[in-house]
Unconditional design. Structure first.
Length: 276
C-alpha cells in the first residue's frame, strides 16, 4: 500500500466495499502478526505463546545486551511501556512506582527496543513549525504482544464503552504502524518514517518521506466514518508542504474508499494487505 500511495494514490480508490467487519479487525489486532501466534488454535494457546516469547526474549536476548543489575524490573518496565503504546513516550511515567532511576529506565528502554519488543517512532517535521513536538511516539512492536501485556481480549475490546474504544483505538494504531513500518522497510529511496505532532495536540500518526522530499501522511481512525474535521491535521500538512505532499490518508473501519478532497483520501484499514 505505501509504495502505491507514493506512485499512484488513485489506484487504491475502489468502488468495491470492504468485507472486513469490526469484529474481524479486533481479532486480527489481538492475534498480531507473528505467524506462530496466528497459527495457534485458541486464544488460550496464543496467550501461552506470547507469555513464553516475552519471557525468553527478556531472559535471553535482553540480558545478553547489557549488565542488568535490576533485571527483575525489566518485565514490569515493559508492562508500563505497553501501557503507553501509540502515545508520546514518557520515561518518567514508565519508571514511576517500579523503583528505577531515570537513567536506568532510559537504558532499559533502549534494550527493549534492541530486542524488538518496542519501537520508538521518531518525531517528524520538527523544523516545519516552531510548535512541532520533538518527542518520539512509542509502539509495542506487535499488536498481539501489546494486547497480551495489557490483558485486552477480543471480547473486552468488542464492548462499546469508552474504555474499550480507547484501548482498541491505541492497539489499532500500533497494528497499522507495525504494518506500515514493514512496508517501509521493503521500499527503496525512503529517507525515513515518523509521526507529526504539535504542542496544540494536532497529530498525524505516520509519516513516510522519500529521498526526494515527497511525503505520505497517514491517520488511523477506529470509527466507521471519517468526518471532514478529522482530516484537519492532514489538511494542514498538505497546505504547508505544497507539492511535496503526495497523499494524506485516513484509514478507518468503514466499508468505502474515496477521495475527500485534493490529495486527501479515506480508505478501509484492510487496504493495508490488499493485493494490487
Amino acid at each position: 500500500m505505501l509504495r502505491h500511495l507514493f506512485d499512484d494514490p488513485a489506484s487504491l480508490i475502489t468502488t468495491a466495499t470492504s468485507p472486513t467487519t469490526r469484529d474481524e479487525y479486533i481479532r486480527r489486532v489481538v492475534r498480531g502478526g507473528f505467524p506462530l501466534a496466528i497459527d495457534r488454535p485458541s486464544s488460550n494457546s496464543r496467550s501461552r505463546w506470547f507469555e513464553d516469547y516475552i519471557r525468553l526474549t527478556l531472559e535471553r536476548d535482553a540480558r545478553e545486551l547489557g549488565k542488568l543489575r535490576q533485571a527483575a524490573s525489566l518485565p514490569r518496565l515493559l508492562g508500563r511501556l505497553a501501557g503507553q503504546t501509540a502515545q508520546v513516550l514518557s520515561l518518567a511515567d514508565a519508571g514511576s512506582d517500579i523503583d528505577l532511576s531515570a537513567v536506568t529506565v532510559e537504558s532499559y528502554t533502549r534494550i527493549l527496543e534492541a530486542v524488538f519488543l518496542i519501537r520508538q517512532l521518531p518525531a517528524w517535521g520538527t523544523t516545519l513549525t516552531s510548535r512541532s513536538s520533538n518527542k518520539p511516539k512509542l509502539h509495542v512492536v506487535d499488536s498481539g504482544v501489546a494486547a497480551h501485556l495489557l490483558r485486552l481480549s477480543s471480547e473486552r475490546l468488542a464492548r462499546r464503552d469508552a474504555s474499550a474504544l480507547t484501548d482498541f483505538g491505541r492497539l489499532l494504531e500500533t497494528f497499522v504502524v507495525g504494518e506500515l513500518s514493514r512496508q517501509a522497510s521493503w521500499m527503496d529511496g525512503l529517507a525515513g518514517i515518523g509521526h507529526w505532532r504539535t504542542y496544540e495536540g494536532e497529530e498525524v500518526d505516520f509519516i513516510a518521506e522519500r529521498n526526494d522530499g515527497t511525503i505520505v501522511a497517514i491517520e488511523v481512525k477506529a470509527g466507521s466514518r471519517v468526518p471532514g474535521s478529522d482530516l484537519a491535521p492532514l489538511r494542514k500538512l498538505r497546505d504547508r508542504l505544497g507539492d511535496s505532499f503526495v497523499a494524506g490518508v485516513a484509514l478507518h473501519l468503514g466499508e468505502r474508499s474515496y477521495t475527500f478532497e485534493d490529495r486527501l483520501h479515506v480508505m478501509p484499514v484492510d487496504r493495508l494487505w490488499a493485493e494490487f
